[in-house]
Design a protein around this ligand. Structure first.
Ligand code: APR
Ligand code: ZN
Length: 369
């Protein structure tokens, strides 16, 4: 039987500088229907930065990280489809699996989900610190830790040939980007697309657009360096962000793109998004803005032009269906996911990775164990 273990993890305790401490934490054995995973790779994703920069509140102490891949170490009672040694990708959106949304193929719309509050589906945590105080895994994952415990349905088996660093990204940025294109916008071959923000999530959207056969694929960023990387990932054009953007996109697409994606989480760029699409086009909000911020949109224009605004929560993913699809495309050489990883580091490099993200420098840092 598995027992409580001590693990090293990156923990946020509300430090005003947004620093994480590398602490020894206690992690319980997996309960009924849960699995414990030895984490091999954890991506450093923008959502964690929102938390440690004080834009979103979470229960603390918080074990940070939500983008993980690893190997099943032990399983709780009642777990049938996973065994120790299996390679898995972790899904951070842990829906109830029982409501009409979950059984109807829209787990991302589940209203009973607790992972946003750093809780397992039963409202509890398996974590505590060395003083015995409860600790909370960010998005019910807490990926920046040597081991984690999640419900069995949130650990999706993946082909052993997919490297752990690439697999970890499928659990959030790559999955979200792929889903935004395939599930939310349902992009068809030959459609035009624009992606605002070419960070980890934006680059994933760009590679998914290439896979979907979109053309042209226009990347927008404030950094020339990011635009160069975007071109390597499949963007046909790179534009610097500016007030003239709608006109430039209209020129390249003959009146506006069929689909536009915001992958930053900035109110200003979200507001501009409907201006980048043609009548009948789709504007997809992927980036998540700070809490409580409101958008100003031109209602008459939206209605008159029949434009659709789509909120993309976790790319409309059904993890058990979509993670293997993404892994297969990667193994077939159709999704160049290695190119999304700019840096690898140990757990102690986590603060530096967030600093680089704040400076807009790296595409994706992956913490490897
Ligand atoms: N216009 C265009 N691009 C911008 C602007 C701007 N005004 N400001 C920043 N950017 C670019 C940055 O240069 C960077 O390339 O947006 C990109 C943001 O990428 P990351 O910081 O790597 O963030 P990422 O991990 O991709 O997450 C983006 O998606 O899932 C959500 O919570 C996440 O809201 C976050 C968003
Ligand atoms: Zn994420």
């Amino acid at each position: 039987m598995a027992e409580q273990i001590e693990v090293r993890a990156a923990v946020y305790r509300g430090d005003a500088d947004g620093r994480l401490g590398i602490e020894r934490m206690r992690l319980d054995a997996p309960a009924h229907g849960e699995v414990r995973i030895r984490v091999r790779a954890a991506g450093v994703c923008g959502s964690d930065r929102h938390v440690i920069d004080g834009e979103w509140r979470v229960p603390m102490p918080a074990v940070m990280g939500h983008e993980a891949a690893g190997v099943i170490e032990s399983v709780g009672q009642g777990v049938r489809d996973l065994s120790p040694g299996d390679h898995v990708i972790v899904a951070w959106h842990q829906a109830c699996q029982r409501c009409a949304e979950c059984t109807g193929g829209k787990p991302w719309a589940c209203m009973r989900v607790r992972s946003n509050d750093s809780q397992l589906p039963d409202g509890t945590t398996r974590w505590s610190d060395v003083d015995g105080a409860a600790a909370w895994p960010y998005l019910a994952v807490g990926a920046m830790s040597e081991f984690i415990v999640v419900p069995d349905f949130a650990a999706i088996k993946v082909d052993d040939r997919v490297p752990f660093d690439v697999a970890s990204l499928i659990g959030c940025s790559v999955g979200t980007g792929f889903g935004a294109v395939a599930n939310n916008a349902e992009v068809k071959p030959g459609e035009s697309a624009v992606v605002v923000g070419a960070g980890g999530v934006g680059m994933s959207i760009i590679s998914a657009l290439k896979l979907a056969g979109a053309n042209p694929i226009i990347a927008v960023d404030v950094s020339e360096e990011k635009l160069a990387e975007a071109r390597r990932a499949g963007a046909t054009h790179g534009l610097l962000a500016s007030a003239e953007l709608p006109g430039e996109v209209a020129e390249l697409t003959g009146g506006g793109a069929n689909a536009a994606f915001e992958a930053i989480g900035r109110v200003q760029t979200m507001q501009q998004l409907p201006e980048l699409i043609r009548p009948g086009g789709r504007a997809v909000f992927v980036g998540l803005p700070p809490e409580g911020q409101e958008l100003r949109l031109d209602g008459l224009q939206l209605a008159y032009d029949g434009k659709t605004i789509i909120g993309s929560n976790y790319g409309g993913l059904v993890p058990a269906r979509d993670f293997p699809r993404i892994a297969d495309a990667y193994l077939a050489g159709k999704l160049p996911l290695d190119a999304l990883i700019s840096d690898r580091t140990g757990l102690e490099g986590v603060n530096e990775a967030f600093d680089a993200m704040r400076r807009g420098e790296r595409t994706r840092t992956v913490i490897v164990f």
